[in-house]
Design a protein around this ligand. Structure first.
Ligand code: CP3
Length: 342
C-alpha cells in the first residue's frame, strides 16, 4: 500500500481532500544537488547507473515535496536500444549522428529484447521503489512513437522538425514501419517497467502539436492508442500531448486514465473538450514559476478552482525550466497542499 495515494486516487477518479501535485521534468534540471551530480557524471552514465538514477528521482520528493516521483531517465534510451545511436551533447541536447532517413535505414532499426538492452532502467525502477519505501507512487514513462520518430529522423532537436515531417509525407510507408517498430518496443518496455514496479506510466508526446489534426491521428494518436490498449489492465496511462488540445476529445475516449494539458488551453476549455469525466493533469505555464512565490500561490489556487479539486492532478503544462529558483518550485507545491475548497 502506498502511504500517499492522492495521485493514484486522482487517476481512479476518486474524491480527494486536495489534488495531488508533481512537476514534469522534476527529476533533475533545476535542483542544486542535481547540478553537482551533473558535473561529475555525463548524462547517460546518470541514466545507466541505478544508484544515481535513484538518487536523482528521490531528490524532488525530499526537497520539494511532490506527491509522486518520476523515474530519472530519458525518452531517448528507447531509440538507443533500437540500434539508433543517441548522444547528449552538453549545451546542444540530443544528437543522433546517423539519423534514419530511408526505408533501408528503417530496416536497420530493431525491436530489441528489453531486459538485455534496457535492464538498467528496470534495475533503477526496482532500486527507486525500495528507496521510496511506498511513501509516494513512482511514474514510469516513454516518448510517444511520433516524438521518438522526430528525433530519430531529424537527428537533433528542432523548432519545426521539418526533416521528420518531410520523411513522413514523402515516404509514409517507411515512416509507418518505423512508428510501428517504436510502438512495439515501447509496449514491451512499459510492460517491463510495470513488472519492475512503476505505479503508472506517462506517454510524452512533446511534438504532437507539430502536426495538423488529421495528421496527428494518422502519425501520432493511432500509435499512442495501441500503447494504451496494450497496457489496459496492467497500469494507469497518462497521455500528454503538448500543443494537442485539438485532439483532447478523441483522447478522452481512449481508455487513458488521465490526459495532460498544456497552458495554451484553459481549464474550462479542457474540461469542455473532454466531456468532464476524465482526470486532467496540468497546466501551469512553466515560465510562470518565475513569478514571486505569493503570486504563484494565488495562480495555483485559481487553477485548482478552475479544474475542480477532483479528477485533477496539479502539474505544469510542460517541463520545469532549468533556472527556476527552488523556492518558487516549493511555493507551487505548497500552494496545492494549502488548498482549501472555497
Ligand atoms: O521528468 C523527469 O524529471 C524525469 C526525467 C526526464 C528527462 N527527460 C531527463 C533529462 C524525462 C521525463 C525526460 C523526457 C524527455 N526527454 C522529453 C519529453 C518531455 C519534454 O520535455 O518534452 C524529451 C523531448 C526529451 C529529450 C531530451 N532529453 C532533450 C530535448 C534534452 C535536452 C534539453 C533538456 O531538456 O534539458 C534531454 C536531456 C535531458 N533529459 C536532461 C534531463 C535532466 C538534461 C541533460 C542533462 O542532465 O545532462
Amino acid at each position: 500500500m502506498i502511504k500517499n495515494d492522492l495521485f493514484l486516487k486522482a487517476l481512479k477518479g476518486e474524491t480527494v481532500e486536495r489534488p495531488p501535485v508533481w512537476m514534469m521534468r522534476q527529476a533533475g534540471r533545476y535542483l542544486p544537488d542535481f547540478m553537482k551530480l551533473k558535473e561529475k557524471y555525463d548524462f547517460f552514465t546518470r541514466c545507466r547507473t541505478p544508484e544515481l538514477a535513484t538518487e536523482i528521482t528521490v531528490m524532488p520528493i525530499r526537497q520539494v515535496g511532490t506527491d509522486a516521483a518520476i523515474l530519472f531517465s530519458d525518452i531517448l534510451v528507447v531509440p538507443q536500444a533500437m540500434n539508433i545511436e543517441v548522444e547528449m551533447k552538453p549545451g546542444v541536447g540530443p544528437w543522433l549522428p546517423n539519423p534514419v532517413r530511408t526505408l533501408e535505414d528503417v530496416h536497420q532499426v530493431i525491436v530489441p529484447n528489453i531486459e538485455e538492452t534496457l535492464g538498467y532502467v528496470l534495475d533503477a525502477v526496482k532500486m527507486t521503489k525500495q528507496e521510496l519505501n511506498d511513501e509516494v507512487p513512482l511514474i514510469g514513462f516513454a516518448g510517444s512513437p511520433w516524438t521518438i520518430l522526430c528525433y530519430a529522423v531529424q537527428g537533433q532537436g528542432s523548432k519545426n522538425f521539418d526533416i521528420a515531417k518531410k520523411f513522413c509525407f514523402t515516404n509514409p510507408q517507411a515512416a509507418h514501419l518505423l512508428l510501428q517498430k517504436i510502438t512495439d518496443t515501447t509496449i514491451c518496455y512499459l510492460k517491463e517497467k510495470v513488472k519492475a514496479g512503476v505505479d503508472a506510466v506517462q506517454i510524452f508526446d512533446s511534438w504532437g502539436g507539430m502536426l495538423s489534426p488529421e495528421d496527428y491521428q494518422l502519425f501520432s494518436w493511432k500509435y499512442i492508442q495501441q500503447i494504451i490498449d496494450a497496457l489496459k489492465g496492467d497500469t494507469h496511462v497518462i497521455a500528454f500531448g503538448k500543443g494537442c488540445w485539438f485532439a483532447l476529445d478523441k483522447m478522452a475516449d481512449s481508455g487513458a486514465s488521465a490526459l495532460g494539458v498544456d497552458w495554451t488551453c484553459s481549464p474550462e476549455m479542457a474540461r469542455h473538450l473532454t466531456g468532464g469525466e476524465i482526470t486532467l493533469q496540468g497546466n501551469f505555464d512553466p515560465s510562470r514559476l518565475y513569478s514571486p512565490p505569493a503570486e504563484i500561490k494565488n495562480m495555483v489556487h485559481e487553477m485548482i478552482n478552475a479544474f475542480g479539486k477532483d479528477r485533477y492532478i496539479v502539474n505544469l503544462g510542460h517541463g520545469i525550466l532549468p533556472d527556476i529558483p527552488v523556492e518558487n518550485a516549493i511555493a507551487f507545491v505548497e500552494a496545492v497542499k494549502e488548498y482549501k475548497v472555497s
